[in-house]
Design a binder for this molecule. Structure first.
Ligand code: AR6
Ligand code: MG
Length: 308
């Protein structure tokens, strides 16, 4: 793959996260919405403001760039400092509690165990994973390791960690595919199924395969979920991408149209689609209005340099 295409995929995945999140945010918690309506709402906005999903994705990118790779303690501190600067981004219940405990002096690598039974399995560690997916697209072992360790900071439940790793791997597979060649959804899905260990994800991915031609959105939500848990949202984002592989807008609008945790499912779908099709696929009318676009693009370019 030529350099330009690869770099465009780094940009596409990070900007794709931001756009999917910002376009989806207006519909968070909704039952379902029509793609046309979602597009019209985005068209009326002057600025596409992102939420915690992109805010934390930025934190991962900043930390990976600064350290030229993963450093858990420094990533945890970047998350904490970013949260303290902009606590109004719409964070889930868990992470702010973790950051407050850290600020009060608790060890960054122990505090996560105190939340929920066995740690959190919310989708918060998968929604932010795009920089890990692109940076380690050619090193599967490292990708899994860093996805798990970055998740561990806030989401230490096995299902939380595996959700983050699955989303990172979907992004990595998308980066590795040449967008001008024929796309094979079955092959893509088979690789994801091989990658996951946990039965919950194996079952969900089997459902993704069965649903491949499903047009009833209620059935898709019933089988895959559209909730805040990683296992009820990562497979849904994968499905949204696989059912619309050739268009960033169609994939993201479809993901949001399913309702529920729309900003996060939109963000994760945008991250995979952008990683496959590249930055050129993100419609300009959305891209130019994305809050802090230039900064996110700068981070993507620096991340590309770290990789190279
Ligand atoms: N047992 C029961 N419920 C759980 C468990 C568990 N082990 N783990 C998580 N939950 P949290 P996030 C439920 O708080 O993942 C923003 O809106 C529990 O109800 O770790 O960062 C983003 O846009 C818990 O409150 O936060 C995303 O949509 C919830 O899962 C979302 O929040 C979320 O887990 C990300 O949230
Ligand atoms: Mg959010």
């Amino acid at each position: 793959m030529d350099e330009g295409t690869l770099k465009s995929k780094f940009l596409g995945s990070l900007i794709g996260t931001g756009v999917g999140d910002a376009v989806g945010a207006a519909f968070e918690g909704s039952f379902r919405a029509e793609p046309e309506e979602i597009e019209a709402v985005a068209d009326r906005r002057q600025v596409l403001t992102y939420t915690d999903d992109t805010h934390m994705m930025i934190g991962i990118a900043e930390s990976l760039v600064e350290n030229e790779g993963f450093d858990g303690e420094r990533m945890a501190h970047t998350f904490m400092k970013n949260y303290e600067r902009e606590p109004w981004r719409g964070y889930g219940p868990g992470p702010p509690r973790i950051f407050r405990l850290m600020r009060a002096g608790e060890a960054w690598d122990k505090v996560t165990e105190r939340l929920y039974r066995g740690g959190s399995y919310g989708n918060g560690s998968a929604m932010r994973i795009a920089p890990v997916g692109v940076l380690y697209h050619d090193d599967l072992a490292k990708l899994r390791e860093v996805a798990h360790k970055s998740s561990q900071i806030t989401h230490s439940h096995e299902l939380g960690k595996e959700g983050a790793a699955l989303q990172a791997y979907a992004i990595a597979l998308a980066v590795n595919l040449e967008p001008s060649e024929v796309f094979e959804p079955k092959e893509f899905l088979a690789k994801l199924s091989e990658f996951v260990h946990h039965e919950v994800y194996k079952q969900k991915l089997a459902n993704v395969g069965i649903l491949s031609t499903e047009i009833d959105r209620a059935k898709v939500v019933a089988e895959l979920g559209n909730g805040i848990e990683a296992f009820n949202s990562v497979p849904t984002a994968i499905y949204s991408f696989l059912s619309h592989p050739r268009s960033f807008s169609e994939a993201v609008l479809y993901a949001i149209s399913l309702g529920g945790d729309t900003d996060t499912i939109g963000a994760m779908t945008g991250a995979i689609s952008g990683a496959y099709l590249g930055i050129g696929s993100v419609s300009d009318k959305w891209r130019v209005k994305l809050e802090n676009r230039l900064y996110i693009e700068e981070l993507a370019e620096k991340l590309y340099e770290v990789w190279g």
